[in-house]
Design a protein around this ligand. Structure first.
Ligand SMILES: Nc1ncnc2c1ncn2[C@@H]1O[C@H](COP(=O)(O)OP(=O)(O)OP(=O)(O)O)[C@@H](O)[C@H]1O
Ligand SMILES: [Mg+2]
Length: 326
């Protein structure tokens, strides 16, 4: 299951991503946590100290390795240099699974222990000003998009991505890569306006979008979110002393998380799991091709000097039944 946490800066994406990762891990699920946010805080939120977080390998610095591996023997991709973030897999490409060892995890993922359970953590690396501008070619989140487009994931396997709701994800198609997207919104006009914008982009692509209200205090906050968001409001989370203790650098055991917040995480899990029955690998593949052709036309062909439309394998559908040469 591919799950994104998006929202306005400071809304609580990283906090809720990390709580959700802990919740999944505590039930024995297999989890890959991905930090694709502008502010790289997922490692610390999962309990890493400063030195450990700083030592995490950046996916953005390992794009060549990732591309070289994923390309495999795909005859439509002559060399890794012509692979852009949206280049879709085809016959001969190497696919990835949540539960395996592979060169991409070796290079980019690190194990993080959470009260005895272990998850994999991957980070894009810190964003620079150039990453936030027009530089699609070097986009940090491009590595994550390639990962998601080559990933074959089943139920009980989770990829949780902490990301920003910025224009980068809309240009590339990143926002269509998830079984469900949790938009974290504080009960403020700004929080709600990010939701509206996301909803508008998502509408044409069948994106499953649910809002998680965060830092909700009392009746007025709840009424505000209900009135502004309606049925898309899945659950709300209030102020958590457990989170505050984590912020002080003393993460309590996860089993001590407040009951009400534990129930909220359970709601998220149930909502995410329910989307599995709706998963449509053909549509998933079609959308990655759609965004690839769009990016090829707008900058990719010019940038690589190749006809990137020719990378599309028309008969390929990503899915659990795909078998590839490794
Ligand atoms: N439910 C909560 N209870 C207590 N503190 C919270 C809660 N949610 C978020 N916070 C605190 O609010 C701050 C911002 O949260 P967080 O870093 O998760 O937001 P973010 O959306 O990831 O921000 P950024 O855009 O900077 O990455 C943090 O200090 C966090 O500990
Ligand atoms: Mg964050």
């Amino acid at each position: 299951m591919k799950i994104a946490f998006v929202g306005k800066g400071g809304s609580g994406k990283t906090t809720l991503s990390s709580l959700f990762v802990r919740h999944l891990a505590a039930t024995g699920a297999h989890v890959v946590a991905v930090d694709a946010d502008i502010n790289q805080h997922l490692g610390p939120a999962l309990g890493l100290d400063e030195a450990e977080a700083a030592a995490l390998p950046a996916m953005g610095d390992r794009l060549s390795l990732i591309k070289e591996h994923l390309r495999g023997s795909n005859p439509r991709i002559a060399c890794a240099d012509t692979m852009i973030k949206t280049t879709p897999p085809g016959e001969g490409s190497r696919l990835l699974r949540v539960r395996e060892d592979n060169p991409v995890y070796d290079a980019c993922a690190r194990p993080v222990e959470l009260d005895g359970d272990t998850v994999r953590l991957m980070v894009t690396g810190p964003f620079t000003d150039a990453d936030l501008g027009v530089s699609c070619y070097h986009s940090k989140t491009g590595a994550v998009e390639l990962f998601l487009n080559h990933l074959v994931d089943g139920p009980d396997e989770y990829v949780v991505v902490d990301m920003t709701a910025g224009s980068d994800s809309f240009a590339s198609g990143m926002f269509t890569r998830f079984d469900i997207t949790f938009l974290v919104a504080e009960p403020t006009r700004k929080g709600v306006s990010v939701y509206r914008q996301y909803k508008e982009y998502a509408a044409d692509y069948g994106v499953a979008l649910k809002v998680v209200g965060n830092k909700v205090q009392g009746r007025d906050d709840l009424d505000f979110l209900r009135a502004e968001i309606g049925d898309d409001l899945l659950v709300t989370v209030g102020h958590s002393n457990w989170v505050r203790a984590l912020e002080r650098g003393r993460p309590p055991r996860f089993e001590l998380l407040e009951d009400i917040n534990r129930r909220a995480l359970h709601r998220l899990r149930t909502a995410a799991d329910a989307t599995y029955a709706l998963r449509d690998w053909e549509r998933y593949t079609r959308q990655m091709v759609h965004f690839h052709l769009k990016n090829a036309g707008s900058w990719g062909n010019e940038r690589t000097g190749a006809d990137l439309a020719a990378q599309v394998d028309p008969s390929f559908v990503l899915g659990e039944s795909v078998t590839t040469l490794v």
